[in-house]
Design a protein around this ligand. Structure first.
Ligand code: PA5
Length: 433
């Protein structure tokens, strides 16, 4: 079960009631896009995953390590799934083009026992293409291209893009990212499901959780619809000047969930000079780093706490604790964690910082599927509230085009001229020590 507790925020029942008609409109708009098949992420949980599960099983028969080559929406969801489920042993990601990371991954794996899943919706993202062809060229020194192809699965748009053409020409196994599902909304497509299935995650439970969330997200009432509450909470406070949204789980297994959400929130809603900057914090660690600022700094933040009620493991403190800490004897670590969350939340409340808490009974595939879907729907609805398109990313595309121009990509010559000479700009205020 996933509960959203919003009682401590400044968002009163009255204000919520006034916001309800706007949410009804947003809901209708999103349903319209779904029916017109323009937006497909809400249909993903109803797809039959058998072919994906079969492929993962077959790849697993001959390999024991998965290297995912992809970035942003093509990797963050899978990384989060592995962290939450603890199935991350033997799972590697090549997202960045940092040569040291590349070395670290390649020197940790046995390529003959590895499956390489290249994931890119557009099929042309520089980092992904670079990492893929670097891996290809290095591995071809040890095995033939025909052998390497048996270790490859390419996940991309079925209709267009360089990788799509490449898979057809080279006859490589491929999986599809539905054309109407954008990268950051794609975790429940084969983008996230193939890696999850390969690593032994219960994919059916993940999808079941997402379906359950959708049942709730279809209810036309603020008191029952978790996505409406999240969208209303953020929108109300954003209009009141809170342009920073902090997500702070008191559970380290949710750390990469925050990274996944951060991309979803920032790329979907950071447009037309508006948007809330998403910030990551981890309880209790960031109590000793960030909380001073949240309590006492500018009043420009809303906080989302996440707490997990049942931990898989727990430990009880005993009487070996020194006398000065006697009050902690017989307490469990999860009790200390919970008290830390309650203490932090109370202090924020006293300081007038709005927050909500997402309480998760047990963190597993099912509740994770719920969280993915609730946040995807809330983000899409927020697009309507902010009067912008949550499904595009013009700011990312422009940077991608300028980078291609700078790297000499044919057809992008004019873009290269638009790029600034950043080194020259910096040289005006150069400090050498
Ligand atoms: O959400 C998005 O569209 C982006 O963040 C993409 O996921 C990211 O840029 C990677 O793109 P692609 O999957 O096309 O390689």
């Amino acid at each position: 079960m996933v509960k959203i507790k919003y009682g401590c925020s400044l968002l009163t029942e009255d204000i919520l009631a006034k916001m309800e008609p706007l949410l009804v409109e947003a809901h209708r708009w999103l349903e319209g896009l779904r029916k017109a098949k323009e937006v497909g992420f809400m249909d993903l949980p109803y797809r039959d995953p058998s072919n994906t599960l079969d492929l993962a099983r077959r790849m697993r028969e001959t390999t024991d390590t998965l290297v995912l080559i992809g970035i942003g929406g093509s990797s963050l969801g899978a990384e989060c799934v592995m962290q939450v489920t603890g199935k991350d042993k033997g799972f590697y990601v090549l997202d960045n083009v940092d040569p040291e990371k590349f070395f670290s991954v390649l020197s940790s794996i046995d390529p003959r026992k590895s499956c390489f899943n290249v994931v890119s919706k557009s099929g042309s993202t520089t980092e992904t293409v670079v990492n893929f062809f670097m891996v290809k060229s290095l591995l071809e020194k040890h095995m033939s291209w025909d052998t390497l192809k048996k270790h490859l699965v390419i996940t991309t748009d079925p209709e267009k893009g360089f990788l799509r053409e490449f898979t057809l020409k080279e006859n490589i196994t491929f999986l599809e990212v539905p054309p109407n599902v954008g990268g950051r909304f794609s975790v429940l497509s084969d983008v996230g499901l193939f890696p999850a299935a390969y690593m032994g995650v219960d994919v059916n439970a993940l999808l079941e959780g997402a379906r359950l969330a959708l049942d709730h997200c279809s209810k036309p009432s603020l008191s029952e619809n978790p996505a409406w509450i999240l969208a209303a909470f953020h929108y109300f406070h954003y209009r009141g000047g809170k342009n920073i949204a902090v997500m702070m789980p008191y559970c380290e297994r949710l750390s990469l969930f925050v990274d996944w959400w951060r991309q979803l929130w920032a790329e979907s809603l950071g447009k037309n000079s508006c948007g809330q900057t998403p910030v990551k914090a981890i309880g209790t660690v960031d109590q000793h780093s960030q909380i001073q600022l949240y309590n006492d700094g500018p009043k420009d933040k809303v906080i989302t706490f996440m707490v997990v009620k049942k931990m898989f493991h727990d430990f009880t403190l005993d009487d070996s604790l020194p006398e000065a800490f006697v009050y902690l004897r017989e307490k469990t670590l999860s009790e200390v964690l919970k008290a830390s969350y309650l203490g932090t939340a109370s202090a924020l409340y006293k300081n007038g910082v709005p927050f909500i808490t997402i309480e998760i009974e047990e963190l597993n595939e099912k509740s994770l599927g719920m969280l993915f879907m609730i946040y995807e729907v809330a983000t899409a609805l927020s697009g309507y509230l902010y009067n912008l398109n949550p499904f595009d990313q013009p700011g990312v595309e422009e940077g991608k085009r300028l980078t291609k121009g700078l790297l000499g990509f044919a057809g992008f010559e004019e873009k290269a001229k638009e790029a600034l000479d950043v080194d020259a700009l910096h040289s005006k205020c150069l400090v050498c020590i």
